[in-house]
Design a protein around this ligand. Structure first.
Ligand SMILES: C[S@@+](CC[C@H](N)C(=O)[O-])C[C@H]1O[C@@H](n2cnc3c(N)ncnc32)[C@H](O)[C@@H]1O
Length: 298
């Protein structure tokens, strides 16, 4: 077993041998998808894709490549998410920059995007959509890209998240279609009559006590502000649903992500004052309850 100060790779080693050794170390440390992790880190370092990596596997690694790869492998062995190490991730049909302090967008959230697009793609243009807690911009930018006919607002409490989301809007050529606003949920939108046709959000929904039980990639590295939904996980879902009374137009839609076990609690929040109808839940790729849509009665 390597001591922390021992080099991870021997003196004369090919790139392919380094990949195999990194995958072995990841596997031994319980890191998810070890072969993929080894490849992704090397592709990032070599600034190449899969084909380029295959072509380089027989090359003997230079000292600087070995050192650079070792640094990245150690970070992953410490369970830092790959997206933070390489600074980007894919979501829906976007390439998104992510930095520590901003939630790494999850494939599960594509369920929410898909549910929203089913409604939005069929609607006439000019709808006003707000993505509350936009993080990297994953949801807002996916909707803006697919539906140029609508107007998208994206909010977050975190200035870091909004900076990243703005950069991602430019990177994905939708900067002219999204307005970014900093603030707490609906607070930036003052006024007594509702202005939004669609509210979409993936708010923090993990019960506080559960966060430290999650894998270190999440519990240690991801921002608590993006995860912590208070003791029962429902604080922010509840605030957003009640905020719809003032901010969502009659006949408008709300789309929310939630925890796999929050279905009945979220149904109760939506039904409590008879504001909504057509409540429908959606499963994620793993078959878990993940999102809900509801329509404000006209
Ligand atoms: C679960 S993350 C979702 C990020 C992104 N929408 C996604 O799906 O990848 C929740 C986001 O809500 C933001 N947030 C947390 N509390 C907030 C609040 N009170 N008001 C506004 N945004 C908040 C966090 O900063 C974080 O970016």
């Amino acid at each position: 077993m390597n001591k922390p100060s021992d080099p991870l790779f021997s003196v004369s080693v090919s790139i392919g041998e380094m990949l195999a050794e990194a995958a072995r170390l990841f596997d031994a440390a319980g890191v998810d998808a070890p072969l993929l992790a080894a490849d992704l880190l090397m592709m990032h370092l070599l600034d190449t894709g899969r084909a380029g990596l295959v072509l380089r596997k027989g090359d003997i690694a230079t000292a600087s490549l070995k050192q650079g790869y070792e640094d990245l492998v150690r970070r992953r062995l410490d369970r830092e998410p790959i997206a933070y190490i390489v600074g980007e991730t894919g979501f829906w049909d976007l390439d998104l920059e992510v930095v520590p302090g901003v939630l790494v967008p999850r494939p599960d959230t594509e369920t929410l995007v898909e549910a929203a697009l089913e409604v939005l793609c069929q609607a006439d243009g000019g709808l006003r959509i707000v993505d509350l807690g936009t993080g990297s911009g994953a949801i807002a930018l996916s909707l803006a890209k697919a539906c140029p006919q609508h107007v998208v607002f994206a909010t977050d409490r975190s200035a870091t998240a909004l900076d990243v989301a703005r950069g991602n809007a430019r990177k994905n050529n939708v900067a002219d279609r999204v307005t970014f606003v900093q603030g707490v949920w609906f607070d930036p939108f003052v006024g007594d009559s509702p202005v939004f046709d669609v509210v979409v959000s993936n708010p923090p929904y993990i019960p506080t006590a559960d966060i430290d039980l999650l894998e270190p990639e999440v519990a240690v590295f991801e921002p608590r502000l993006a995860l912590d939904g208070d003791a029962d996980g429902l604080r922010d879902l509840s605030l957003i649903i009640s905020g719809c009374r003032r901010h969502l137009k009659p006949g408008g839609w709300v789309f929310l992500e939630m925890g796999w076990d929050q279905r009945e609690a979220v149904r109760s929040l939506l039904e409590v004052d008879g504001l909504f109808e057509s409540i429908l839940f959606f499963d994620d790729y793993a078959g878990n309850n993940r999102a809900v849509r509801a329509r404000r009665k006209a």
